[in-house]
Design a protein around this ligand. Structure first.
Ligand code: 13P
Ligand code: SF4
Length: 309
């Protein structure tokens, strides 16, 4: 059955000159058919490197929108147009503009988990894998005394970056419901009790009280690379549970324990194989942004993809 679906998908992809990009949090059935799986930064970079007309983006809306901003001449399609990100919705361009007026010389870093309009109001973007380096790059190029850094929308990532870099920022009060509300310190303690030899890896979107138990704090893509190289055999994973399928597939001899199975992003899970097929057949659910917004949002994204993880 799966083989037949993959065969028809491959035929359709060829006919339509399309490629399937998928975020690591996607369902296993999407991992199995994707041409490329990655974290937010890897997917943004990949989107600029492929010479194919149509991108089927299996992830949430801001990710597909980012792919479009970076490739306005390509067709970017999302299999479920309602796959949004509640954290991205916690800041709007209007609210950000108003906040900027409070500062003499605002310099905005927007986490890529934000709308195109918010990116257009930003100086540079970042993802969870390069956020620390993005902030450090600002310190190299600007006198920090002359600017007021604003970080939107994730307070947990912002606070983590501020702590690691030692650079003071004005941090927005947004958060990811999946990471902040479900990956609780008591679950981390319980998992460590049950698996005392396991290393604890956590995503910086988690609440600081939970993160304080982590051995390492890293983005999803960095977790995948770190585990492949590590000589450790057991890991407690503090991020969205979709990553476990990839970790188990890539490291069959290693053991993985989620901090909690409750950490599921309902929006990521809206993308199904049936919807991917439908999107590919009908070339529907086009993601685009107005020309003026695309041009303004392009620069901060371009600056971001030049900065490594
Ligand atoms: P990554 O940057 O690790 O891919 O995370 C994206 C995301 O949405 C986390 O919730
Ligand atoms: Fe947004 Fe959180 Fe889902 Fe990531 S896991 S897409 S931040 S709601």
């Amino acid at each position: 059955m799966m083989n037949n679906i993959i065969k028809s998908l491959n035929k359709l992809k060829k006919e339509k000159n399309a490629v399937i990009l998928a975020h690591i949090y996607q369902l296993p059935e999407i991992h199995d058919i994707a041409d490329f799986i990655g974290d937010s930064l890897e997917l943004s970079r990949k989107a600029t490197q492929i010479d194919i007309k149509t991108i089927i983006f299996c992830g949430v809306h801001f990710m597909a929108e980012t792919a479009f901003i970076l490739n306005p001449n390509k067709k970017v399609l999302i299999p479920d147009i309602n796959a949004g990100c509640p954290m991205a919705d916690m800041v709007t361009a209007e609210k950000l503009k108003k906040f900027k007026t409070k500062f003499k010389n605002p310099y905005v870093i927007s986490y890529v988990n934000s709308s195109a309009e918010v990116k257009a109001e930003s100086d540079i973007c970042c993802t969870s894998s390069n956020a620390v380096n993005v902030v450090k790059s600002i310190a190299l190029n600007k006198n920090l005394k002359d600017i007021d850094i604003i970080f939107v929308p994730d307070r947990n990532l912002g606070n983590y970056v501020q702590k690691v870099s030692g650079i003071k920022m004005n941090i927005w009060d947004g958060f990811c419901p999946t990471h902040n509300n479900f990956i609780l310190p008591e679950y981390v303690i319980k998992a460590k009790k049950e698996h005392p030899n396991a290393e604890i890896l956590m995503h910086p979107e988690c609440h600081p009280a939970a993160i304080s138990y982590a051995d390492h704090i890293m983005s999803t893509g960095t977790m995948c690379k770190y585990i492949k190289k590590s000589s450790e055999n057991e890991f407690i994973i503090g991020t969205e549970t979709g990553i476990l399928y990839k970790l188990e597939k890539d490291n069959p001899t290693k053991k993985f324990y989620p901090v909690t199975n409750l950490a599921e992003c309902p929006n990521m899970k809206k993308i199904t194989l049936a919807k991917v097929l439908d999107t590919l057949i009908n070339l529907k659910n086009i993601v685009s942004v107005p020309n003026n917004i695309q041009q303004k949002a392009y620069q901060p994204l371009l600056k971001m993809i030049k900065i490594s993880a």
